[in-house]
Design a protein around this ligand. Structure first.
Ligand code: CA
Length: 325
């Protein structure tokens, strides 16, 4: 304990200084009368407790010192645990390249084109066309597909920009699908094949979506709830769609949809997935489902065109907002 006493009282340096200087505040000391303090003692004077702890090797004090050194890393770890890191899992800037598939029904006159004259952003966008043909009994898809976009249990954001042709005929109202989550259930052995879950449709001049839940087979156990009249869609103008969903087959899921940045749907504590947990594709494009399902084109406009651009998927809103990535 002799060392401890010496450090605390400063007796070890006293021998180099006269009594006059030693008793005055340091700031009042003049260089012509008082010697400089011994340089080797300066650290010990500033941190006497720290030096003392080292000399005593007190486990408690050394543990505190260790914690102090680790504090920045501990705080950084806590911060990273609390912050959701944005991760974009897919993007397409309006090109025919980069998709898992481009799908046009055989026998239809549909097309999928990469164009540069009508775009939302950047040098290109996708232009989807379908043509009604009364002698054709098949479906009318002009879509691009991204596989493994989501599965039951996932939470994610899904977005894109789209534009209907300027003279889009909205009356009489008929359904034109522009995006869908879909999977192939043929292997289950009931009559189901490709079954869409959530879809995004244009019905008349209104935006529509839906949630699908229940068991896929038998098909009579499938449950569907539609959300009509979410917002008015203006032809010839680019719009943005963004979906956020927690895909759950029990009532712990949710489905939200924004049009042009405005939330137009929020359904909380609902089932948003069928019970089967397989991965679904995300498709955007023109699927003139009304022509097939209604077995007619109710209007007189037989050629329909929709443009798509800036398709993004991810874990945060910005990952799927065409204006933020
Ligand atoms: Ca683009």
């Amino acid at each position: 304990m002799s060392t401890y006493k010496a450090l605390v009282t400063g007796e070890t340096r006293g021998s180099t200084m006269n009594n006059h200087c030693h008793t005055r505040p340091y700031s009042m000391q003049g260089p012509e009368t008082c010697p400089e303090p011994a340089p080797t003692s300066s650290i010990k004077e500033l941190f006497p407790a720290r030096e003392l702890a080292k000399k005593l090797k007190s486990p408690a004090i050394l543990s505190l010192e260790f914690l102090f050194k680790m504090l920045p890393k501990i705080l950084a770890f806590i911060a990273s645990s609390l912050t959701v890191q944005a991760t974009q899992t897919f993007q397409n800037v309006g090109t025919t390249a980069g998709w898992d598939a481009i799908f046009i029904d055989s026998g239809s006159k549909g097309t999928v084109q990469q164009v540069s004259n009508v775009v939302y952003q950047g040098p290109s966008a996708l232009k989807m066309t379908q043509v009604y043909d009364s002698s054709y009994t098949g479906r009318y898809h002009s879509e691009v597909h991204h596989y493994n976009a989501m599965k039951k249990g996932d939470t994610g954001f899904y977005g894109f920009a789209f534009r209907l042709q300027e003279d889009w005929q909205s009356s009489p109202a008929q359904s034109y699908n522009i995006a869908q989550f879909i999977a192939d259930f043929t292997d289950l052995g009931c009559s189901e094949t490709y079954m869409p879950g959530t879809m995004v449709e244009i019905l008349g001049d209104q935006l529509v979506t839906r949630r699908k839940y229940g068991s896929v087979c038998p098909t009579s156990s499938q449950q569907t709830e539609y959300y009509n009249n979410l917002a008015t869609i203006t032809p010839g103008v680019w719009h943005k769609i963004e979906i956020q969903a927690s895909w759950q087959s029990d009532s712990s899921g949710y489905l939200k949809l924004w049009l042009d940045g405005n939330k137009v749907l929020e359904r909380l504590n609902v089932a948003t997935s069928v019970t089967d947990g397989r991965a679904f594709e995300f498709r955007v494009g023109l699927y003139a489902n009304g022509w097939h399902d209604d077995k007619q084109n109710k209007g007189t406009q037989n050629t329909r065109q929709v443009w798509f651009d800036e398709v993004g998927l991810g874990t945060a809103f910005a990952d799927a907002d065409p204006d933020q990535w």
